[in-house]
Design a protein around this ligand. Structure first.
Ligand code: NOJ
Length: 753
């Protein structure tokens, strides 16, 4: 072995250079590149006229591509357009480097699936992976090779509009979903033109913005980060995600895009991430507003922190050369970032064939197929959560006379939900149409009943991407029509809730109750005394204590996607028995926020009976329990748990435990239950959460059937990050709870020796 080879092996072994550094094609290209061309690869632009996802768009894009000043584009779609863009790079730029073509495909491409908070409620990892596969197949057919998803941020504050985009509050469930999505998007081979590179976002802690206000600051202890907020990103990285996006917020006072601890020490060194890191939309520039210096300063800070690609801001493009000349950054740092971007292009096969995602024949074959829509319908019904079934109103007979009432009952514009810029609301199935499809013999009459909101300011803010809220100027007339329709029906189905853009980016709210117009509608309908089912749409947990008290059934359907109406009808008429479970706690009121199942016990726990007690950790005006707990969700049938058992009650730190429980379907419908396992570490060196989710399994049971469900607790499940941030399990007693939601009461105990 000669000395150079020996040295390289040594560097590889010590982790000083990553395996990717060895790609000869990339190395050969880097050799040829000027400093300017390397900087060009770090620049991600979005030309106007495409799919807008931010407030500024890039200018002179074509000229910049020709000049070798662009590494990737987003907001461009369609095989022809993407081919044109690649041609500009291949035919006109000196080194003919192909472009990354990105997009935000958050819940389906053209076949829009339910919002992610909804699909997380399915607790179905195969389904989630399958949706990501379909999204990849559709998007790549349209020229896209890089997806800004999965969004995995843990969210415990439903005021934050982006809670809709993720998997809710729990790191264990969130991690499983993160890896299922990465597997779905990237497949087993990124060279396959039906897969695309995923981008885990937003690193890090973006869901913990103060007061739930978007883009706000985050301040959090390392112990909380490591135990609660970081595992989801790490799960995506362990699943092999190719890229990562930094967040807008600061962490320990340093904005994520300039945070060396985050990008280099944690992500690359501790977690071994080898992909490339992109900023969020102008988040490098925004460090100036954060108070960290001018564009040249913050761009240098980002590069030195380990960030590779600048989204839209052009701070890298316009200042890095100067920073090299002034000795503020080195050419080597730029080469390293460029190497990572080129490696991604190599992994996607773009150097072999820059037009591999520009096959004109694919859209017709792969996009919006009947099979894809079928999956969307399946995903939607599996995401619905039955919150209450008053007097077993549901399911309805397919021959009923139904008053279908509400501002979302015959509406296309709000079915897709937020963050669906690639979808077309006009292709979605409204509820009225779904009812007619599924129950053609039912007698259904419709009335709008109320505006989504009567507040014109709120309506205007929700209408940024097209009309979501239309205000009829005579609300009394709407109410009267509703009453008229209701008076002739056997049963009322009220379809109400949030407009799709009441949640999502820059859509935080401080009031999470239903808009006054819809509250009023429900009160009026209640007075008719008719049986009523409420179909509730929203992008977040809402404060619906009053509505939950109504003599009515409630199904939470989120924003269900393209097959909305059909899927809702499937559940309302009992073709599908709802099985979804909440993945974020629903508070009684906004004052309880943040509220989540794995919170700490405190030294002065509130009394279990919820009676207020002085000098205990409780409120004067409302008790501590949430309105609806994490993991909650009913079925048309009932499930009984019995015979919880462990295969051992003493374990070493290398042994797993099998937890078994018998589950019986005791009701009148076949149905599916999600068996949940929670663990409590009774004594440990840092305060433990009340309980933590450590396992779940879905089980289908015919009526009367009993099955034994077994879950495994591995030594990893007992570990946590201690105050030195060491991931360890401490000897002592543990309690295991198994059941239908996070209040599970069946309990077993074991000791770790
Ligand atoms: C800003 C959002 O925070 C991010 O999630 C998204 O990927 C980018 N805009 C690009 O659209």
């Amino acid at each position: 072995m000669n000395r150079i080879v020996l040295y390289t092996v040594l560097l590889l072994l010590t982790g000083k250079i990553a395996a990717q550094d060895r790609i000869p094609k990339v190395e050969a290209l880097l050799e040829k590149m000027t400093l300017e061309e390397k900087i060009g690869q770090l620049n991600l632009l979005t030309p106007g006229g495409g799919i807008a996802t931010g407030s500024v768009v890039s200018e002179n894009v074509e000229k910049k591509i020709k000049a070798g000043q662009v590494g990737g584009l987003f907001g461009v779609a369609g095989p022809e357009k993407v081919r044109q863009a690649q041609e500009i790079a291949i035919k006109n730029s000196r080194l003919k480097i192909p472009l990354l073509i990105g997009s935000d495909i958050i819940h389906g491409y053209k076949t829009t699936f339910p919002i992610p908070l909804g699909t997380s409620s399915s607790w179905d990892m195969d389904l989630i992976q399958k949706m990501a596969e379909v999204a990849a197949k559709e998007a790549t057919a349209d020229g896209i090779n890089w997806n800004f998803s999965p969004m995995v941020d843990i969210a415990r504050d439903p005021r934050w509009g982006r809670i809709s985009e993720g998997a809710g509050e729990d790191p264990y469930l969130g991690s499983a979903i993160a890896s299922a999505m990465v597997r779905g998007y990237q497949g087993s081979d990124l060279m396959d033109a039906r897969t695309m590179m995923a981008c885990v976002k937003h690193l890090a802690l973006y869901g913990a913005v103060e007061a739930g206000r978007d883009y706000n600051s985050v301040d959090m202890s390392k112990v909380k980060m490591y135990n609660q907020y970081l595992p989801v990103y790490k799960a995506a990285i362990d699943a092999g995600v190719g890229s990562a996006m930094t967040s807008f917020n600061d962490i320990d006072g340093v904005p994520a895009s300039g945070n060396k601890w985050l990008i280099t020490d944690l992500l690359r060194k501790q977690w071994g991430f080898e992909g490339f890191v992109v900023s969020d939309y102008t988040s490098i520039n925004e460090m100036t507003a954060h108070g960290l210096g001018n564009l040249q300063d913050v761009s240098a800070l980002a590069l030195k922190a380990g960030l590779d690609m600048d989204m839209v801001g052009e701070g890298f493009l316009t200042t890095l050369k100067k920073s090299v000349e002034e000795g503020k950054v080195t050419e080597e740092e730029i080469t390293t970032a460029c190497r990572r971007v080129l490696t991604a292009k190599h992994q996607l096969g773009l150097f072999n064939d820059p037009y591999r995602y520009s096959d004109k024949s694919r859209p017709a074959k792969d996009i919006l197929t009947a099979e894809n829509r079928k999956l969307a319908r399946e995903a939607a019904k599996r995401s619905f959560v039955l919150l209450k079934n008053y007097n077993n109103t549901l399911p309805l007979q397919k021959t009923s006379t139904i008053a279908l009432i509400g501002p979302l009952a015959n509406n296309k514009n709000n079915m897709l939900g937020t963050w669906a810029p690639t979808g077309d609301p006009q292709l979605s199935v409204p509820v009225l149409e779904g009812f007619k499809n599924v129950a053609p013999k039912a007698h259904v009459t419709y009335a709008k009943g109320a505006n989504i909101t009567d507040n014109p300011d709120l309506a205007e803010r929700a209408n940024v991407f097209g009309t979501r809220v239309e205000i009829d100027t005579d609300p009394e007339a709407l109410l009267n029509q509703a009453l008229n329709v209701a008076s002739k029906a056997d049963v009322i189905v009220a379809v109400i809730g949030e407009a799709s853009e009441f949640s999502g980016e820059a859509a935080s709210r401080t009031n999470l109750s239903l808009p006054a117009s819809q509250k009023k509608l429900l009160k009026v309908l209640e007075k008719t005394g008719k049986p009523m089912a409420i179909v509730l749409m929203s992008g977040r947990p809402l404060t619906i204590e009053e509505e939950l008290d109504l003599p009515a059934s409630i199904v939470q359907v989120w924003h269900p996607g393209i097959e909305a109406g059909n899927a809702i009808a499937d559940v309302i008429f009992g073709d599908y028995n709802p099985s979804g479970k909440l993945t974020a706690t629903w508070p009684r009121n906004v004052g309880q926020i943040p509220i989540y199942h794995s919170s700490k016990i405190t030294g002065r726990p509130a009394p279990k009976d919820n009676n207020h007690q002085k000098f205990k950790s409780n409120y004067l005006d409302v008790h501590n329990d949430p309105l609806l707990v994490f993991g909650y969700g009913l079925s048309y049938t009932d499930f009984a748990y019995s015979n919880l058992r462990l295969n051992k009650t003493e374990v070493s730190d290398r042994e797993s435990i099998t937890v078994s429980v018998d589950v019986t379907n005791t009701g009148d419908f076949d149905g599916e239950e999600t068996v949940q396992l929670y663990l409590k570490d009774v004594v440990r060196s840092i305060t433990p959460p009340k309980r933590q989710l450590k396992g779940f399994k879905k089980v289908f049971l015919n009526k009367g059937e009993t099955k034994t469900v077994s879950l495994t607790l591995t030594p990893e499940h007992l570990k946590f990050y201690n105050s030195e941030l060491k991931f360890i399990a401490e000897p002592g007693d543990f309690e295991v709870f198994v059941g239908t939601d996070s209040n599970a009461e069946h309990k077993a105990e074991f000791t770790l020796n």
